[in-house]
Design a binder for this molecule. Structure first.
Ligand code: NAD
Length: 254
């Protein structure tokens, strides 16, 4: 970090600052050489021109309904965005793609390095094990999580589907009643909710006579906060081409 940056560290607008994630992002920002220009939650402060002029980057871990306002703020004031909110759906994805033509956006349903590696390993396993191996995803989160299945579980299913060239609409959410024999190619998806579980994702491949499970367990929310702040540092380190980026771009060379 340059002497000027030490004196005036880049300022973040943290949206959802009062939440479980927002509080950790605000708390850990100084550790990564970042300042917090504004803590924005439901009651404000407003995402106005004054804030737009003095901020360097926006970090949003809030709720899907906040997305349009966050994207409008970033594009109006040409501010890069780190987006961690999940449950955004296809409309959200389209809005992010539009905004990413104007400002760089790092969006990920999971900012942990371990899950980033899990994504790679799962895609590789899906290619190595042919379609006769049935895939089931089980995710677990704390009782207050509002969306299901988790954005990470959906991203894992996407990776498996593209590795095997099958459509993700073959997701099978839970099973109940006379469901019949398992259809080849479907991806089973199961969301468990309870207590204070930070986040667990297990992908199992079931063959005849053997099974392989790849699993990640988040033990502490700080892993996501550090990942998001690392993405913010990457965005402010130098001007980035407007695009939608993932955690892999941040962690990779350059
Ligand atoms: P939370 O409910 O604890 O916090 C959400 C915060 O957003 C609350 O303080 C709420 O008041 C605030 N909020 C609601 N509406 C708002 C608005 N219009 N403007 C500003 N703030 C508003 O939830 P959380 O556990 O902190 O998770 C937040 C989001 O981040 C969820 O979508 C969750 O799935 C996601 N998440 C992502 C990752 C990741 O690595 N990408 C990790 C954990 C959680």
């Amino acid at each position: 970090m340059s002497a000027a940056e030490q004196e005036h560290p880049p300022g973040l607008v943290v949206i959802g600052s009062g939440g479980r994630m927002g509080r950790r992002i605000v708390g850990l920002a100084p550790e990564l050489g970042l300042a917090v220009a504004a803590e924005v939650d439901r009651e404000g402060p407003a995402l106005d021109a004054e804030l737009g002029a003095r901020a360097h980057c926006v970090v949003d871990f809030s709720v899907p309904s906040q997305l349009p306002a966050t994207l409008a703020f970033c594009t109006t004031h040409r501010l890069p965005l780190v987006l961690g909110t999940t449950g955004l759906g296809q409309d959200g994805d389209r809005a992010i793609a539009d905004a990413a033509r104007i400002v760089p956006i790092v969006a990920a349903p999971n900012f942990s390095i371990g899950v980033h590696v899990l994504m790679t390993l799962v895609a590789e396993a899906a290619q190595l094990l042919d379609a006769r191996w049935d895939v089931e995803i089980v995710e677990a989160h704390h009782r207050l999580k509002v969306d299901a299945p988790s954005g990470t579980a959906l991203a894992l299913a996407d990776r498996i589907a593209s590795a095997r060239a099958v459509a993700t609409n073959r997701l099978r959410h839970g099973r109940e009643g006379q469901v019949g024999a398992r259809a080849r190619g479907e991806i089973g998806m199961h969301a468990v909710r309870g207590g204070s579980v930070v986040g667990e994702h297990a992908v199992s491949f079931f063959g005849i006579g053997e099974a392989l499970t790849l699993e990640h367990r988040a033990l502490d929310r700080d892993i996501f906060a550090r990942g998001a702040l690392t993405a913010a540092s990457w965005l402010v380190a130098r001007p980035r081409t407007p695009l939608r980026y993932g955690l892999g771009d941040v962690l990779g060379p350059g």
